[in-house]
Write a protein that binds this ligand. Structure first.
Ligand code: NAD
Length: 242
């Protein structure tokens, strides 16, 4: 059945809120069992109570190297196999480069780029062995239209787009699809870190995207027949001049 993920097992990082949560809820509604990976323990506990067996909460701080390295073994231990991995957790830095805190740059590049590459590195042997699997990455419109008011963030997403496009071509022969979704401004906690003036412009233009719309795009890509290779979907707001 189209749009069904019945019987599939997924893991999504950064799934206690925003886009990751919307993606998790869309996958659960489509029949998947979803491992919710996040550092926000309270939110994960509440979600586990709400969704019961359909979700498996895993409290992990992906910026802790040890916790990051043991993520995949923990996921596979908890649910036995993985059909879908959605690398979604990310941080944001906006504004002028000269005002950025360099340790915040390190944290953001680590989470948005290095952690995604390591998580995908760690899940691939399992998917290669099974000869199937889907990897989805949350990128950003900022990578496709590099925005001068967020140079560090746009660079992180540009890097991860390159990773998606290159790894995709390495693993296609193993029956593994690698795709990405690149939304413009999405209503989530991350927008609290946006430059106030840009947020006001996006709001005035009526250009904020719902997280559920991003989840719809993810679900669309994941539910195509396997001979259709999912690729990269850009979700562009209509009236926001980047
Ligand atoms: P969000 O802040 O609502 O969600 C991010 C989630 O990641 C949170 O639940 C947070 O607890 C978790 N997280 C953060 N650091 C973590 C860590 N070290 N270990 C584990 N979990 C951690 O933000 P969002 O908007 O849903 O962002 C999700 C992704 O979407 C990010 O990659 C972001 O760059 C991307 N994105 C967001 C927008 C937007 O406008 N909101 C637009 C394009 C792309």
């Amino acid at each position: 059945m189209q749009n069904s993920l019945e019987g599939k097992v997924a893991a999504i990082t950064g799934s206690a809120s925003g886009i990751g949560l919307a993606s998790a809820e869309a996958m659960v509604a489509a029949g998947a069992r979803v491992v919710l990976v996040d550092r926000d323990e309270a939110a994960l506990t509440a979600l586990a109570e709400q969704h019961g067996d359909a979700v498996v909460p895993l409290v992990v701080d992906l910026l802790d190297p040890q916790q990051c390295a043991t993520l995949m073994p923990q996921v596979l231990d908890a649910v036995g196999r993985l059909d879908i991995f959605h690398a979604n957790a990310g941080l944001y830095i906006g504004g002028d480069l000269v005002d950025a805190d360099t340790s915040a740059i390190d944290r953001m590049m680590n989470l948005n780029v290095n952690v995604v590459m390591k998580n995908v590195h760690d899940v691939l042997p399992h998917m290669i062995e099974r000869g199937t699997g889907d990897i989805m990455v949350t990128s950003s419109l900022a990578a496709h239209y590099p925005t001068p008011w967020e140079p560090v963030y746009a660079s992180s997403k540009w890097a991860i787009n390159c990773f998606v496009q290159t790894v995709r071509r390495q693993v296609f022969k193993h029956g593994i699809r690698v795709g990405s979704v690149s939304p413009g401004p999405v209503i989530s906690a991350l927008l609290d870190d946006w430059p106030a003036e840009k947020l006001a412009e996006a709001k005035a233009a009526g250009s904020l995207i719902e997280a559920s719309e991003v989840a719809d795009a993810v679900l669309y890509m994941l539910t195509r027949p396997r001979h259709v290779n999912i690729r990269d979907m850009v979700i562009m707001p209509t009236h926001f001049d980047l």
